[in-house]
Write a protein that binds this ligand. Structure first.
Ligand code: RIB
Ligand code: CA
Length: 343
């Protein structure tokens, strides 16, 4: 069994990753540690509890984490991608346009997984110390919680099996600027700090996640065949698919007659843990730009040449996914949920 702590800002594709990790028979999902990002921290925590409840996994721990980035001022939440509730406006009682400051107490009667007394960073440190070398941290939101855990416990890299990050892009255009991906842009200082530490790190960025698209026919098959997980993913993805189909490459594809579709970003990070051989990786020292016009950019030294500029020196190599067997990963995700959904 692979023990995973999923650091997440749920999030429609985060919900896909949670369902995938929960249902895969080789994964023990130990906890969701929650971070701001797609939505504010109160909504994100509530969504984590709600998703676990809907999927029949209220025994999975939830630990609340950072509300704002480590250094920079917070950016607006991505309600135009994930809805005003962060879940495509399917959270009970949700409706588009709810102000983030007033909706934290929505649906007070809902049953939820409990929020741990420890904050996310301390939860990660404690769990790593209690299970030395066993836990893979999978981070699919801004990297604030993981960087804070590293700041509090510099020995953390030696206590975990690895760190898999959904974020960044090397060759593929960014999704929040021509060069930046959302998770890295939301806390570029935190992301950059992680790549200075010596732990087995894998980046699953837009170079691969934009290749693994889910069409409405795939999502409908989950609705029909994957129980409550499939229904939650189908319903919450309606708003998200609409966003994709009206922007970027999915819009171009729709104009060519392709069915409505979306990316399954965060679920791809789970696939990289379970079927890493479906991904082609390069290794090199990684930096994340934290100011200027390229803020949020993953800047990778792919060659290791000697340069006069020292910013990449003395950084351990990071593995970065550059290509993927998209059919294999998509099918693995769909079949896992269809074969193993809990409810
Ligand atoms: O860029 C994609 C990432 O940003 C995903 O983690 C998604 O959930 C959003 O947070
Ligand atoms: Ca996310």
């Amino acid at each position: 069994m692979k023990k995973i702590i999923l650091d997440t800002d749920p999030g429609v594709d985060d919900a896909m990753a949670i369902a995938y990790a929960l249902t895969h028979p080789e994964i023990e999902l130990m906890a969701l540690t929650v971070v701001f990002g797609n939505i504010n921290i109160d909504f994100a925590t509530r969504n984590a509890q709600y998703i676990l409840n809907e999927l029949g996994a209220t025994d999975v721990a939830v630990a609340k984490g950072a509300a704002i980035p480590s250094v920079q001022s917070p950016l607006p939440h991505a309600d135009f991608v994930h809805g005003a509730d962060g879940l495509g406006n399917v959270y009970p009682g949700s409706r588009p346009g709810i102000p983030a400051t007033t909706a934290a107490s929505l649906n007070p009667d809902a049953k939820h997984a409990k929020v741990d007394a420890l904050d996310a960073a301390d939860f990660i440190i404690n769990a790593a110390k209690e299970n030395p070398g066993e836990i893979t941290l999978v981070a699919v939101g801004p990297l604030t919680n993981i960087a804070e855990a590293l700041r509090r416990e510099p020995e953390l890299p030696g206590l975990v099996a690895g760190l898999v990050i959904m974020g960044g892009t090397v060759d593929e255009p960014g999704n929040v600027s021509p060069v930046a991906e959302a998770n890295f842009l939301n806390d570029p200082h935190a992301a950059d700090a992680l790549f200075a530490a010596d732990w087995p790190t894998t980046i699953v960025g837009l170079d691969v996640t934009h290749k693994i698209m889910l069409g409405d026919s795939h999502l409908k098959s989950l609705d029909d065949r994957a129980g409550e997980s499939g229904k939650l993913i189908w319903e919450s993805s309606r708003f998200y698919v609409d966003f994709y189909t009206n922007s970027g490459a999915a819009k171009e594809a729709a104009e060519q007659g392709a069915e409505p579709q979306c990316a399954m970003h965060d679920a791809a990070a789970i696939a990289a843990v379970i079927i890493p051989d479906a991904f082609t990786m390069v290794r090199g020292a990684a930096r994340v730009v934290h100011d200027g016009i390229a803020i949020g950019q993953l800047a990778l030294d792919r060659k290791g040449y000697a340069y006069a500029i020292p910013h990449w020196n003395n950084r351990p190599p990071t593995s970065v996914c550059m290509d993927v067997d998209d059919v294999r990963v998509r099918n693995h995700f769909l079949q896992t949920l269809i074969d193993h959904h809990l409810r």
